[in-house]
Design a binder for this molecule. Structure first.
Ligand SMILES: [Fe+2]
Length: 192
């Protein structure tokens, strides 16, 4: 990091904002560091790539939940406002699990919003406020995209032998999403 201070003609000392060094990178995003996990490098590289895709989609659905939490409306406002926030927190915990698995396997986790937006498979939501049914349908679509990809990744890790990643995918990601889908879908079922 570097910063510069200079004195203005009226004597006021101005400190410029800190500018991070461009030479501070310790590992490039697409590289892999082999950690002693008794796992094939190729297996780790495949899992890292899949986990980063899933991480980008998890951060996107988390943000979609936050958007809908803030913009909730209608006669079920209170219930749905709280439910969306609970699911956002659970997605945040999943993102942490996925990002730290990427690092454990020797990769570099995707992190920032602009990079997430480039990578995600979930369609971009409009800036507009939407009614509850549309919000729920949009969330169900995002859940289904994540469920499809995480089941494919779970099958791939079962074959490759990356059972630690497989356990996260099955126990946390797939089961967590299935439960959230149930809580959403009950809101739009006919109840007579
Ligand atoms: Fe809130």
């Amino acid at each position: 990091m570097s910063s510069t201070a200079f004195t203005r003609s009226d004597g006021l000392i101005i400190k410029e904002p800190i500018v991070p060094s461009v030479r501070g990178a310790t590992q490039s995003f697409n590289s892999h560091r082999r950690n002693p996990l008794a796992l094939d490098a190729g297996v780790s590289v495949d899992s890292i790539s899949n986990l980063n895709q899933l991480l980008a989609d998890t951060l996107t659905i988390r943000d979609l939940y936050k958007k809908h939490h803030w913009q909730a409306s209608g006669e079920t406002f209170y219930m749905i406002h709280l439910l969306f926030d609970k699911h956002a927190e659970e997605q945040s915990a999943l993102a942490d699990l996925l990002a730290e698995r990427v690092q454990t396997l020797g990769g570099v986790s995707v992190a920032m919003a602009a990079d997430v937006a480039e990578a995600t498979l979930i369609p971009r939501a409009p800036k507009d406020r939407e009614n509850t049914r549309t919000q729920i349908e949009r969330l169900l679509q995002a859940h289904e995209i994540i469920l499809m990809e995480s089941r494919a990744m779970a099958r791939a890790t079962a074959i490759s032998g990356d059972l630690g990643t497989n356990d996260i995918l099955v126990s946390d990601v797939i089961r967590g999403h299935e439960l959230q889908v149930w809580f959403l879908v009950e809101h739009i079922q006919p109840n007579d």
